[in-house]
Design a protein around this ligand. Sequence first.
Ligand code: ARG
Length: 464
Amino acid sequence: MTDQSSNQMWGGRFAAGPDAIMEAINASIGYDQRMAAQDIAGSRAHAAMLAATGVITDNDAEAIREGLLTVLSEIESGTFQFSTALEDIHMNVEARLKDIIGEPAGRLHTGRSRNDQVATDFKLWVRDQLDAAESGILALIKALLAQAEAGADWVMPGFTHLQVAQPVTWGHHMMAYVEMFGRDLSRVRDARARMNESPLGAAALAGTSFPIDRDMTATALGFDRPAANSLDAVSDRDFALEFLSTASICAMHLSRFAEELVIWSTAQFRFVTLSDRFSTGSSIMPQKKNPDAAELIRAKVGRIFGANTALMMVMKGLPLAYSKDMQEDKEQVFDAADNWMLALAAMEGMVKDMTANRVELAAAAGSGFSTATDLADWMVRVLKVPFRDAHHVTGTLVAMAEDRGCDLPDLSLADMQGVHAGITADIFTVLGVQNSVNSRMSYGGTAPAQVRQQVARWSEILGA
Ligand code: ARG
């Protein structure tokens, strides 16, 4: 005899319902309800296909498809009663459909399993997030392009080891991030194209004996084609991992930029002023303006990368095909997606609002003997001195300036000639920072003309 409390989806084989703890560990409805719209879209496509192939009647399909819309509106309006006993979104929706339309609801699950159903729902959800990420990255790139265009010739120090290295332009620095986020954008697009195969119809693992039309459901759901192997279709989550790894790399880029904004907005640097809209104050120190948004963006990479690692660990030892372990995929992806989108939007907002402090940037650009390489290059070009020797002479001059507490252009010609007799007054023309950046005309270099060329290239790519 079947226990009253046993599951209505598989109660036939069970004499008793689950222990409360079993129910707690098993249920995913607390979070997978986020896939309700995808679940209903998948079921509606499946029902239409079952009717088109003669597996169920047109009338039943129509009742199912209409009933599912009612379920969706209940979920969207917040009146739907989710039940933990019904474990997940798939069974919650189907049970409610049965309440609404009765017997035909029991025909919906013909020729499919929750295994292909969940893979389909989740892919649709992840695909939407890739589209959202694409928009978020594009908006951020546009904000960076605007900064780069405005400041194509503003000088600032370029760093290596966070020590002043050579002068660069503000526009060049902004465009470095455009390249990084541009690659993130291409990773997002690649991931979307690769994942866009429909698992629906793979059924539990082996396919089905019903004459289903997988091309029809694939097309209805916007997939490029049905996945070609039913075992693979229900058991891999590489699409979710690719989403997480793409998110991780992008979050890493966001984090590096955020770190720069944190440093640049300090009283010591004062390279940028962040807007009030993206800063917070202190409850005790009235003077404080903290770059919290940048700090939180910097931190987000931790949880996003953590999600990637966690899902890798979940998946790495699973034999084919579906195992319940895979239910642990969703919370990681949901959390990472939410935080990735938020970080992208916050960074876009900060970049749009921030002010580059040109005076401070220019003053810092000339500090730290930043044009020493220009001096050495001049000796190579004009005096035909081998670069290694020019490097040595310049090093000696830097040490001299450091000793005297002055900058390179403050040394006299006599000082310089004392170190290398061939040096002429011409040298002073290359020691200025503006000259230094203007001279770096090699492709991809920091010269304003190069930066403008890259801004134009990106504007054309984006159709902006
Ligand atoms: N809630 C499940 C998940 O997220 C759905 C698939 C369940 N399949 C099964 N054979 N128990 O993975």
